[in-house]
Design a protein around this ligand. Sequence first.
Ligand code: GDP
Length: 301
Amino acid sequence: MHGLVRGQNNPRLAMVERLCPGIEFAEGDLLDQSSLIAALETCQPDEVYNLGAISFVGLSFKQASLTGEITGLGVVRMLDAIRTVNSGIRFYQASSSEMFGKVRETPQTESTPFHPRSPYGVAKVYGHYITVNYRESYGMYACSGILFNHESERRGLEFVTRKITNAVAKIKLGLQRELSLGTMTSQRDWGFAGDYVRAMHLMLQQDAPDDYVIATGETHSVEEFCALAFAHVGLDWHDHVVTDAKFMRPAEVDLLIGDAGKARERLGWTTTVTFPELVARMVESDLAAHRAALSQGVAGG
Ligand code: GDP
C-alpha cells in the first residue's frame, strides 16, 4: 500500500505512519498532472483510491475555486494519469452525499438527481460525472462510491461529530465549559468510517465497475448527536451548548438519508456499528486522549 503525500514536510505524514505502519509514500499533488504520473510509475498500483480533496464544506465556501481545482479537476488529472501509465488500474472515486444537497427525493439512491449546496458539493458532482464518463468512454474500471457522512475517532476536529465528542470529553474533565455550534437541526446519515472503507474495497473487487450509495439508512440531527454524546458522560447538552452564527453556512443541506440497497444486494455490504455505538466510541476515544494528556501534564487539542 502506498500513500500520496503532498507538499514539503506534510504534518499529517507522522500521523499516517503511526496509524498504518509499513505504508510507503510517494510524492504527488492533485494539482500537478506530471507528479501523479510519476507516482503511479513508481508505485505500479493495481488499484487507486482517490480520497484526496478539500473535504470540509465550511472551508469550500471560503476557497471555492481551489476546491474546484483539487476536489473536482484533481479527479480528471488522476484518471488521465492512470490512462497514461496503465489503463488497467482500477479506480475508486470518493463521491459524496453532499452532491444530493437540497434533496429531490428521500431516501437518496444512485438515481436521485443532484442539487449540491456548496462549492464542495459542486466539485464532487464534477468528479462523479468525469469518473462515469471515463468508464463509458475508455472502458476503464472506474467506480464512484456515493458515501454518506462517515465518522470515527480519527475524524478532523472541524467536523461537527468530532467537534462535539472532543468538547464533551473536555467538559467532562473540566478543561472546557461551553460548546459553540451552528445549525442544530441539520440531519445526517452518519455511519462508521471503517465500514465504509470496506465498501470502497468491495467496489473494486467486482466483475464490472459500477456506482454505489453507501449509507446506514438512518438519519439523526446534530441535536440528537449532542444529546447522546453528553448523556454518555452523564451530562445534559442543554447546560453546555450555545449557538454561534459564525458556524452557520451560506447554504445548508438540511436532511440526508441514503438507501444502500444496491450495495447490500450486489456487494453483500452491511454496517457493523450502530449510531449510539459510533457516538460512544468517539466520546470514549476523546476521553482517553485527554486523560492521557492530563496525566502527562500536557493540554490536549
Ligand atoms: P458535512 O455534512 O460534510 O457538512 O459535515 P459537518 O460535520 O461539517 O457538518 C454536518 C452538519 O452539522 C452541517 O449541517 C453543519 O452546518 C452542522 N453544524 C452545526 N454546527 C456545526 C459546527 O460547529 N461545525 C460543523 N462542522 N458543522 C456544524
